[in-house]
Design a binder for this molecule. Structure first.
Ligand code: HAM
Length: 421
């Protein structure tokens, strides 16, 4: 399938690092994990994200299930998370209710480097609180996540305010008027889009459109007093935390639910797919979805794009090396070693076990190839004595251990080795 990809074991270390860092940073800020289904009623996304957005109009994986209900593979997590917040009455908890989730999202976009049809997000939401200091701390946490990965220096924080239900409609009209007056100088897509979603036109990447769009009225000048104050406070708190940003009054975001503070983290290193994370405030959305009139703010990080920025792990991947390779010689020895392997693994010692049907020499070669530190040999003689031979694969030195002691002995040596490295 186009636009989907496998994450192979060699890459998994980077993914674990990204997800582990997210958990550590988010939890330090008091966020708790919530796990959500990957599909929902289509209606939730259509209402939540906005009927006139590209996501809803062109990019959703929607189908009728066997009962004839329209369902959609989630294109983002915010709508689902708010649905859960409403459904389970989470608003009774102390505000802000802080939640994070991670997992696959689905958008039918044209695949290219850094853009997939199934991709993964780390998603964070803080609900029920509209203080500008919360906006600043949510953004601060996003930056902190990238600092922890040593990527913050390669990213730029873009910041804007889109106004609210009071002042945005006024701006929308003013912008639309301007776009109509300059329609002849705009590309077909802009002309097509402007009546439905004029703010989105500001985002057009076509060079010929830029002069007209760059001269368009700025949303900043249209903010009402409340929005202006809120935004000034957010900026003041970001300054207090020494978080650098650039003001970008052309930052509109692709989802319709945003009001006031919006932001993106961008990089110059990934070509056209330059947004590594994006988010903003969405006061009014919870109510629109049938919940209480709680405000909210959050962001999502694109994991694939973070992974693309990360350097390869310091050492080449060697795969999972077994600590010991257990070599039974014959079926009775295999039966004796099966429970030993189970017990060793229960103590987190990685062991491999032969099947007892090969020559000792070829099994020792295999132990060597697998990179095992120890080979454990049990033949007929050893079995009769109730012993096993432990062979140090590096030096070739051998000694015997009583079979009932074997699993414990392996665990002990494994501990010694681990505390040394
Ligand atoms: P978004 O800007 O649509 O926001 O997506 C957030 C991030 O997901 C993007 O910055 C990008 O890194 C990644 N992303 C999006 N589409 C793709 C794709 N096709 N392939 C690879 N990565 C992609 C949202 O989804 C909002 N729900 C964020 C939010 C949460 N706002 C408030 N709360």
């Amino acid at each position: 399938m186009r636009g989907v990809h496998d994450i192979l074991p060699a890459e998994a270390a980077k993914w674990e690092r990204v997800e582990g860092t997210a958990r550590r940073v988010f939890e330090a800020y008091g966020y708790e994990e919530i796990r959500l289904p990957v599909f929902e009623r289509t209606e939730l996304f259509a209402r939540g994200i906005g009927e006139v957005t590209d996501i809803v109009q062109k990019e959703m994986y929607t189908f009728l299930d066997r009962a004839g209900e329209a369902v959609t593979l989630r294109p983002e997590a915010t709508a689902s998370l708010l649905r859960a917040y409403i459904e389970h009455g989470l608003h009774v908890h102390p505000k802000p209710v802080r939640l994070y989730t991670m997992g696959p999202m689905f958008r039918y976009e044209r695949p290219q480097a850094g853009r997939y049809r199934q991709f993964h997000q780390l998603n964070v939401e803080a609900l029920g609180d509209d203080h500008p200091a919360l906006d600043a701390q949510v953004i601060g946490m996003l930056v902190e996540f990238f600092r922890a990965l040593e990527l913050a220096g390669r990213l730029q924080l873009q910041l804007n305010s889109l106004g609210d239900a009071k002042c945005r409609p006024v701006y929308r009209e003013r912008l639309l008027e301007y776009l109509r007056a300059h329609a002849a100088a705009l590309c077909a897509e802009c002309r097509d889009r402007m009546e439905r979603n004029p703010l989105r036109v500001l985002d057009c990447k076509t060079p010929a459109c830029r002069p007209v769009l760059d001269a368009a009225p700025s949303v900043q000048e249209a903010l009402c007093d409340d929005c202006r104050r809120h935004f000034a406070d957010v900026r003041e708190y970001l300054d207090a935390m020494a978080i650098p940003y650039v003001l970008n009054d052309r930052l509109v975001r692709g989802l319709d639910y945003y009001v006031r503070t919006t932001f993106e983290l961008t990089t110059a290193e990934l070509g056209a797919q330059n947004a590594v994370a994006g988010g903003g405030r969405y006061d009014g959305l919870i109510e629109l979805l049938g919940g209480p009139p709680d405000p909210g703010i959050g962001f999502a990080i694109g994991i694939e794009r973070v992974v693309l920025l990360l350097p390869p792990p310091a050492e080449g991947r060697e795969g999972r090396k077994p600590f010991a390779f257990l070599i039974p010689l014959g079926a009775p020895a295999l039966r004796a070693l099966l429970p030993v392997a189970t017990a060793a693994r229960a103590s987190a010692v990685t062991v491999e076990l032969g099947y007892g049907d090969r020559k000792l020499r070829s099994e020792l070669e295999r132990a060597n190839r697998l990179g095992a530190a120890w080979a454990v040999i049990v033949g007929e003689t050893e079995l009769a004595r109730g012993e096993a031979v432990l062979r140090d694969m590096a030096s070739g030195a051998q000694h015997t251990v009583a079979l009932p002691e074997l699993a414990r002995e392996l665990a002990r040596r494994f501990e010694v080795e681990r505390s040394r490295s």
